[in-house]
Design a binder for this molecule. Structure first.
Ligand SMILES: [Zn+2]
Length: 462
């Protein structure tokens, strides 16, 4: 194939720039932090100096619309897959899969059963498949062998491991000889305390203050390690929290025989598996049993929940109104604070803060969808997102630049790799330019002989 000089020039330029930017490419680094159960308005209810500093310094999304059901495992898996629960398969903290005939409970070792997690691919795997390294500290699912892969670095889940140790490991992974570009950090508070105390309890002030200090500690450690200006930090949560009351309890035993069904998932969104042939009996018994409990057959679950298309969603779902608790009986585990309610309830929403070279500063956005976090992360990491339910366009206004990372300010000028990349790229560009000039000069001399023989020939005859 013979290219004309202009096509050659274009091809050479493309090659030059590709080589230049491939060498220069220094994908953005990201640290995603989840403080479990951090309700969006805690920062207005309690003194939270470090959260407010981050707001002034970066972007702030007041409320994140999370996925139904507003529980820990479904939402943490949505953050790293961009999928609704019905699509990623972790539909609850407590599950039964009728196809696998297996149960899943966050209170047991069931969570290490890979098959529950393999309906989706979390971002740490996708990141590694593209040649990067991921480091994950206690994020739900991160110590599970998913499709034969673990994170490059991770900590086996142990709630006794301190926040400070988790931070130390992440700093170590970000600053090692073969550094991670993606870090995920999970912390159990303020969720644990709010379940016991209830979010309206005055002692929550101390709990939130401690979480705020944890954030301050993380920022200080990042600064100490020289990561503060280079790593994009995103702080968010999986859900909010609602105050419950022992006066607002719905006891299923008052309405339906417990021998007619299995209770698969617990309050406030209760998954019910009727015994063989008992679906109608159980449904009829519960459908209008209590004014503060809405009962759906699976096929009638509202489309807006995106919570139908998975075999792990049980035939009957009973959803309590905000602040209400559904139990089989009074002996069944009442909590002062809970979440898991309708995901349009503001009290179920977390917030999101972000700081780093990729983000604007001192910008506030009213709301975003939790599923949009995944395409945002992929954009920052410069990796190809898998099919998901989010959209980068919905959160692009948080970014300092809408250009791909390697065309904006992601390249660390002190980075040796970048320097080598730029240098080699420039040399190549110069070399190609010289070749081009030489080629064009030759082409201009010889081209008429090829292209216009009828003109040149008479002249030769003279
Ligand atoms: Zn949670």
């Amino acid at each position: 194939m013979v290219l004309n000089p202009y096509k050659k020039f274009f091809t050479l330029c493309t090659l030059t720039f590709t080589v230049t930017f491939c060498l220069q490419l220094d994908p953005s680094e990201v640290l995603l932090v989840s403080f479990d159960g951090f309700r969006w308005d805690y920062i207005y209810k309690f003194p939270t100096l470090n959260f407010h500093r981050l707001i002034e310094d970066g972007v702030y999304v007041k409320q994140v619309s999370n996925v139904f059901i507003t529980k820990t495992y479904p939402n943490h898996y949505s953050m790293v897959t961009g999928l609704y629960a019905e699509n990623h398969g972790i539909v609850a903290n407590e599950m039964y899969d009728p196809v696998l005939n297996k149960t899943f409970s966050m209170d047991t070792l069931d969570i290490y059963d890979s098959e529950f997690w393999e309906e989706a691919v979390p971002i740490w795997i996708t990141n590694q498949n593209e040649g990067h390294k991921s480091g994950v500290a206690m994020w739900p699912g991160s110590d599970v062998n998913i499709s034969g892969v673990y994170p490059s670095f991770y900590l086996p889940y142990n709630e006794l491991v301190s926040f400070e140790y988790r931070v130390a490991k992440l700093i170590e992974w970000f600053t090692s000889n073969e550094p991670i570009n993606l870090g995920l950090l999970y912390w159990e508070e303020p969720d644990d305390s709010a379940h016991l105390l209830g979010p309206d309890n005055p002692f929550m002030s101390k709990v939130i203050k401690e979480v705020d200090e944890k954030l301050g500690y993380l920022v200080a450690e990042m600064k100490k390690a020289g990561l503060w200006d280079t790593v994009n930090l995103i702080v968010t949560s999986d859900h909010g929290m609602e105050q419950c009351s022992s006066d607002r309890v719905i006891e299923l035993d008052n309405y339906v025989d417990e021998n007619l069904y299995t209770l698969v998932d617990r309050s406030p969104t209760v998954a019910i598996l009727p015994k063989e042939g008992k679906l109608e009996d159980v449904y009829e018994a519960l459908a209008n049993a209590h004014p503060n409990m809405t009962v759906y057959k699976k096929e009638d679950i509202p489309e807006r929940f995106h919570y139908i298309h998975n075999s792990r969603i049980q035939p009957i779902l009973a959803v309590a109104d905000l602040g209400w608790t559904i139990l089989q009986s009074r002996s069944g585990g009442y909590l002062e604070g809970n979440h898991g309610y309708d995901n349009t309830e503001p009290n179920m929403h977390p917030l999101l803060l972000a700081h780093g070279p990729a983000f604007k500063r001192n910008v506030t956005k009213e709301a975003m969808n939790l599923t949009d976090l995944y395409p945002l992360l992929c954009h920052l990491l410069d990796i190809q997102p898998l099919p998901n339910n989010g959209s980068l366009s919905q959160v692009q206004d948080l970014l300092a630049s809408t250009d791909p990372p390697f065309l904006s300010n992601y390249v660390d000028p002190e980075s040796y790799a970048s320097f080598v990349g730029v240098f080699l790229g420039s040399v190549l560009a110069l070399a190609f330019l010289l070749i081009f000039i030489k080629h064009v000069t030759r082409s201009q001399m010889s081209a008429p002989e090829v292209e216009h023989p009828e003109i040149t020939q008479p002249l030769l005859d003279v």
